[in-house]
Design a protein around this ligand. Structure first.
Ligand SMILES: Nc1nc2c(ncn2[C@@H]2O[C@H](COP(=O)(O)OP(=O)(O)OP(=O)(O)O)[C@@H](O)[C@H]2O)c(=O)[nH]1
Ligand SMILES: [Mg+2]
Ligand SMILES: [Zn+2]
Length: 353
């Protein structure tokens, strides 16, 4: 039987609920996000919900409900409901919204594990994996790498070798035959939520169907020419498995732009930051400076050049993000100041002071 306990309701959430006591709402978990509305699971069953005007008006887009969120919903007639608030998240997977705006986007909330799926055809890309791993370390979510479509692999041992430096587990699967699925199931515990992330066509929904034991999610063949997927899954949805764990299927993500701060680079690249302490110049960029300990390590093959490349790329992306966020915050502050001035002037005029 599905109820909020089986969906992961716990003492942390219960005490938050007691504090806010949002009468006449009931607690529920967002299990599908259709863009125009949501499916929310409550103790009274699943309801189709939309957000209240007030919540919409007062929230930044990252604060609006996402799949996995716990929300306060007011049940209406005919299995409909209104979401009035989102409970504080225990965790969330973020990225920078596509486009020029420096805005944070939440892909899923209250997540314990992220399965990073790549397929062993044209999709396989260690640098892209590194990008996901970095984002998850920023978000404090445990990653598990899945290399799917092992039947399409030309050189499995070379692929595994290129990931041998990773600390996270790597599982090799064939979603069509079920190979490797039992290894994947080890990571799924009752009450815990896992999300599947990766490009379109890598087999996320096929893996999920294997775990569900039935073909619930639609899957579509990839293009022959370059193995590109066709963006078959179009919304994020959470499924409860028989063992009590939960999995979220997501639409393929074309690119993952980072969201985070430069300070966190040291946690993911302690080796480079350690070496940098021995560079001749304290502000060494490790490009062409003399006596650069980082470049020396690459020369001696104790540091992989692809790793340094990723480090520099992430650093410049995060610096750029920080500069944009600051600029926009300044702009917002100026705008708010002008508005306050206008309001002040209006009051003065109306009172004829
Ligand atoms: N050969 C082979 N094909 C697979 C495997 N796993 C999935 N496929 C096929 O790959 C195609 C795409 O699979 P999907 O599960 O739809 O991919 P997806 O990651 O959910 O794609 P989006 O929903 O577009 O993000 C389908 O035709 C699957 O049958 C596998 O292990 N081996
Ligand atoms: Mg899919
Ligand atoms: Zn250096």
């Amino acid at each position: 039987m599905k109820n909020i306990q089986t969906l992961g309701w716990n003492s942390r959430l219960e005490s938050i609920w007691q504090d806010i006591n949002p009468h006449p709402c009931v607690p529920g978990r967002v299990i599908a996000d259709y863009g125009s509305g949501y499916k929310v699971s409550t103790d009274e069953g699943d309801v189709s919900a939309h957000i209240s005007g007030r919540l919409d008006h007062l929230s930044e887009s990252e604060e609006l409900p996402k799949v996995g969120d716990w929300v306060a919903v007011q049940p209406l007639e005919e299995c409909k409901a209104v979401i009035h608030s989102v409970l504080p998240r225990a965790s969330a997977i973020s990225r920078k919204e596509a486009g020029n705006k420096p805005r944070k986007q939440i892909l899923a909330a209250n997540i314990d594990i992220a399965f990073l799926v790549q397929s062993l055809d044209d999709d396989f890309s260690p640098p892209r994996l590194q990008r996901y791993l970095f984002q998850l370390s920023q978000d404090h979510i445990q990653p598990v790498v899945i290399l799917n479509k092992v039947d399409k692999s030309e050189d499995l041992s070379a692929a595994l070798q290129s990931l041998s430096h990773l600390k996270s587990p790597v599982i090799v699967t064939n979603a069509l035959t079920g190979k490797g699925i039992d290894e994947l199931e080890h990571f799924m515990q009752p009450g815990k939520t896992a999300v599947f992330l990766g490009s379109s066509g890598v087999g996320k929904s096929t893996l999920i169907n294997q775990l569900l034991g039935q073909d619930i999610q639609k899957t579509v063949t990839v293009r022959d020419i370059d193995s590109k997927g066709r963006h078959t899954t179009t919304h994020r949805e959470l499924f409860l498995l028989k063992n009590g764990s939960m999995i979220i299927d997501t639409p393929g993500v074309r690119e993952l732009q980072l969201w985070g701060s430069e300070e966190d680079l040291s946690a993911s690249f302690p080796d480079i930051e350690d070496l940098a302490k021995s560079c001749k110049f304290t502000n060494c960029t490790h490009n062409e400076e003399p006596n650069c300990a980082v470049l020396a390590a690459i020369e001696e093959e104790t540091l992989d050049s692809a790793r340094l490349k990723a480090y520099k790329k992430f650093q410049s992306e995060l610096r750029f993000l920080a500069s944009k966020v600051d600029v926009d915050a300044q702009h917002d502050r100026k705008k708010a100041f002008k508005n306050r001035q206008k309001e002040f002037n209006r009051i003065i005029r109306s009172k004829k002071l």
